[in-house]
Write a protein of this length. Structure first.
Length: 86
């Protein structure tokens, strides 16, 4: 019984550590600008168009479409679209 309890405690610790480390990644993303996220995410698959290529409304649509294709979070998409709309 003690052995099972110790195993459960150790596994719980590993899960807790894994969750804490995954939060660090999102903190790193939240510190990035829209320009940085645009360069890192958009250019890995294709040459990106100039921000002046589309209107602000069109960038909103492009952002929604590319969010699903590039697996972006809402925060990443919002930052990239705001950068492109300037």
């Amino acid at each position: 019984m003690k052995k099972i309890f110790v195993i459960v405690i150790v596994l719980t610790g590993f899960v807790f550590i894994a969750l804490m480390n995954s939060c660090k990644v999102s903190q790193k993303v939240s510190m990035k600008t829209g320009a940085q996220l645009w360069a890192e995410n958009c250019q890995r698959c294709h040459n990106t168009p100039s921000p002046s290529s589309f209107s602000p409304q069109q960038w909103e649509t492009v952002g929604l479409h590319m969010q699903t294709r590039a697996l972006l979070t809402d925060e990443e998409r919002n930052k990239i679209v705001e950068f492109l709309k300037q």
